[in-house]
Structures are given as C-alpha cells and as structure tokens.
Design a protein around this ligand. Structure first.
Ligand SMILES: [Fe+2]
Length: 481
C-alpha cells in the first residue's frame, strides 16, 4: 500500500538518531521471564545517522552503539553505549563525517579516498554484529578492524589486530566458529585481488587457510560452513578493483550486477584450506548464509536469496524513512552442490520470505537441522514480524508467524533452555520498536510456539540494527566459542 508522499514510514522512529547513552537500568517486565534465562544479550546498531550537517547515506553506515540486556533471577537490566571507534571519536570531535563507510563518503581528496577504502585507516565503525575472535568479544563491520569491547561495561577496548601477514582490507561481520577456531575471510583489492580465508584459534593464533585469486571480487556479506567445509558463494555483484581507487564514489557503488557471470561456489577443506569443489549456479544474491550440510552425494548450502542485488539500494536511509514501502526479505533456498561437480539445483524451502535468519548455531551449525527463525514481512512496509520455518514441512505452510500491529521487531536470537534436547526448546529474544509509543521493548517468545512469554520495556528507542548474540552458558554459542 502506498503512503502519501509526505508521510514518513510508520517505523521511521527506528531510524532516528538516539544520542543519549543509558547507564544500567532495571526494565519493567510484563509476563514472567524464565528462571533459567541467565546471561547477556549483546547487540550493536547504528544510532547516529548524522554528524554536524552531514548525513550518513545507508542503514549500514550510522555510528555504532552497543546495547546490553542482562538477565538474572527473572529480572532484566539494560545498558547502552556508543562504540568509541576511531570513526566515532574523529567524527564527533570534528563535527563532520571523517571515515568513508559502506555507502557514505566524506568529502576528501582522491588520495584520501584511496586511503579510506584500501588502507588500515578504513572505518572501524563496527555496526553490523557482535561476535568473538580469538579471545576477544568484538563488534564487527565489513572491514579488517573488529573493535574489542568489555561485554559487561560496554567500554571500548581498541582494535582487534590481525597479524600483519593477514592481507586484505574488506572482510565479513559473520565469522564462523567450531570447537577449535573462528573462521573468516578478507579480500585484498589490487592488480592481483584475492580472497584470503583465515582460521583464528582460541589462543589467537592465525593461519591463512587459502588464498583464492579473483579478478572481479564479489560483494559477499557472509559465507557458509559445514562440518568439514568452508563455502564461499561469489554472487555476480562484482567490482573492478581499479574503480575502488579511481571512481570517487562510495565503496558499494563501485559494484555492478552482472548476471551473466552466475554464482560461483567454492568449497574448501576447513583444516587444510584445500579446494575440494567449485560449482556454477544461477545468478542470485544473498546477505546471509543460513547453514550448510554435507550429504553423501552433495553439499547443501542454505541461504536467503534475492533475484539480484537491488535490496542494497532499498536500504538507503532516504528510502527506509520515506513514503514507499521497502521490501527487505528474501527467499530461503537450498543450493545442492553435487559431490564431484555438476549442475547446482536451487530449491525454495519456504514460501514465507525471511531475513536476519538464525538457527540453533551451537548444536546445528554444519549439521542436519530443522528450524530457521528470522524476521518476516507480512505487510507491505518493512520487516514486521518474527517467523519460524520448519524445514521438515510443506513449503506452502511451514512457517509460524508472530506479528502485532505497530510493532517492528528485529533479529530474533535463540537461547536454548539449558539441558534441553529439542532444537526449538528455548526462547527468542528480539528488540521490537513500538512505533506508537516511540519506545522499544525486548520481546521474549517461546521459540517453539512463538507465543509471548514476557516483554521488558526499554527507556528509549533502540534503533534498528542487524545482529546480536547471547553470552550465557558455554552452550549458548559464538560468544563462548
Ligand atoms: Fe548480516
């Protein structure tokens, strides 16, 4: 449904700057929090969308603020602080945008622009996710500059330094973990561009597993991991590296959609980095891999797919705040990569679109699994619901949905009930904007039924962000890996 051209989007409050930090406050709870729920939900989100007279252009660009919801004894407290990144410190000090972001470039000389994108002075505005690399809890964006912070105080501790032998300036905010290591990749741009795939063990020791030369690097937001493989999906949204140096436009605007290239999938052995397979698939685009599972005769790679990369354009702030509806969901699909090579098949796993997908990562990443949770879009406007998809069900009817009028939920993070057997025995934690009240609340849903268990009202709007993780018991996942 079209809104009047002068109308703001009904959820636009979630894209307004929130400059005030919040010290520890107890939140009023409606309902009853599970007594076993103990730990901390850590999230990061863009919360300053302008500096002085200048505005950031894209949802991925605003200055990062950390949010911490701490659960214990049926109570929840909330704290929120800006990440004191160099991008934040220099911008707030100068009263203008200093570092180039994903789709925002400060006015600068050509030399400065090249530096901004390709040198270690590139942005550390780690606005996308919270995770762990080596021994560090970090906020991440898509550069090689994860920012360490204290998960209790939210104090910024400085950059997580990769070793100098690690090449590449652009990375992913979605590292993977298994019992032994974190895995990530960096992309180096130049006359000889390459994907550099890395393992970082829990003592912080880094290894370059593979270096894959590439002429036109693809924009990749995440990658896949099965029990024994790392999987890069190169979508045909690619860049001529020279453009990054010479074009004079922000980073992502140098990329071009070229469907004639198709999608290339490369599987690497997780231990040795050896290439174990390479496949061509139809052209598609995705931000998020969901899971990957090895079968006897094939490797299955599940992701949230789009027909092309135009969703990136839909997420410019002017469009998100404006009067036109924004479609921000994709299709959950399975790419089946035959062992030994051959044609890749792409099969839709659900008729219900989804984004910001989550699974029971600690127990089911890389293994057979049944449930995917995420945000849905039941109405026209924007992400407006929480969905649970049953991969064992009929794609036409395999989704359960939580939705409430005037409520705009973010990524649902699964916390499994300690000692539970079932994959969906636990709760989902989602920060929801109540647009009418102009406040946010933390929603606690039963992960199996999507019924509300409790909600805790935040003292303010928590701006729309992307990802978070739960730091509780060692079974809770990446932050403990
Ligand atoms: Fe993401």
């Amino acid at each position: 449904m079209r809104r009047s051209p002068d109308d703001e989007a009904p959820y636009a409050a979630g894209f307004r700057s929130t400059p005030r930090e919040v010290a520890d406050v107890a939140l009023p709870v409606r309902g009853t929090l599970p007594d076993w729920l103990s730990g901390v939900l850590l999230r990061v989100a863009p919360a300053l969308f302008e500096v002085g007279e200048q505005r950031y252009a894209h949802w991925f660009d605003g200055l990062a603020r950390l949010h911490r919801f701490a659960f214990a004894d049926g109570r929840v407290t909330y704290r929120s602080r800006f990440l004191r990144s160099r991008a934040y410190e220099e911008a707030t000090r100068a009263g203008r945008i200093v570092h180039a972001e994903f789709a925002t470039d400060p006015c600068r000389s050509l030399f400065g622009r090249v530096q901004a994108i390709l040198e270690p002075t590139t942005t550390d505005n780690a606005v996308v996710s919270v995770n762990r690399i080596g021994g560090d809890v970090v906020a991440l964006t898509e550069t090689r500059l994860p920012v360490r912070f204290d998960p209790d105080t939210l104090e910024t501790l400085g950059i997580h330094d990769f070793s100098t032998f690690v090449e590449g300036s652009v990375s992913t905010a979605h590292p993977h973990h298994d019992g032994a290591s974190a895995y990530t990749y960096l992309i180096s741009f130049g006359r000889r561009s390459a994907y550099h795939v890395h393992a970082v063990d829990h003592a912080g020791v880094e290894r370059e597993l593979a270096r894959i030369p590439v002429e036109r690097p693809s924009y990749m937001h995440s990658f896949g991991m099965s029990a024994r493989r790392l999987i890069l999906a190169e979508f045909p949204f690619v860049v001529n590296p020279l453009r990054l140096y010479l074009s004079g436009v922000p980073f992502i605007r140098n990329y071009r959609w070229d469907p004639t290239r198709g999608t290339t999938l490369t599987a690497l052995d997780k231990e040795t980095g050896a290439q174990v397979g390479r496949w061509s698939a139809p052209p598609l685009f995705a931000f998020h891999h969901v899971n990957a599972v090895e079968r006897e005769d094939a490797l299955e790679v599940d992701l949230v797919a789009y027909d092309d990369a135009s969703v990136i354009d839909a997420l410019y702030l002017a469009r998100l705040r404006g009067s036109e509806p924004v479609r921000a969901v994709g299709r959950l699909v399975r790419l089946t990569l035959p062992a030994g090579g051959g044609d890749v098949t792409v099969r839709s796993l659900s008729d219900t679109p989804i984004e910001l997908p989550r699974i029971d990562y600690p127990r089911h990443q890389g293994r057979p699994y049944r449930w995917v949770w995420g945000n849905g879009q039941a109405g026209a406007d924007f992400l407006d619901s929480i969905v649970k998809i049953d991969l064992a069900g009929d794609p036409a009817t395999n989704a359960r949905v939580w939705r409430e009028d005037g409520a705009w939920p973010g990524e649902p993070v699964l916390v499994r009930r300690p000692g539970s057997e079932a994959e969906d025995d636990g709760v989902l934690l989602s920060v929801v904007l109540d647009a009418r009240a102009e406040r946010s609340y933390l929603l606690v849903l039963d992960a199996a039924t999507l019924e509300e268990i409790a909600r805790a009202e935040a003292p303010e709007i928590v701006t729309f962000g992307f990802h978070g993780n739960f730091l509780g018991t060692p079974e809770d996942g990446p932050l403990h890996a």
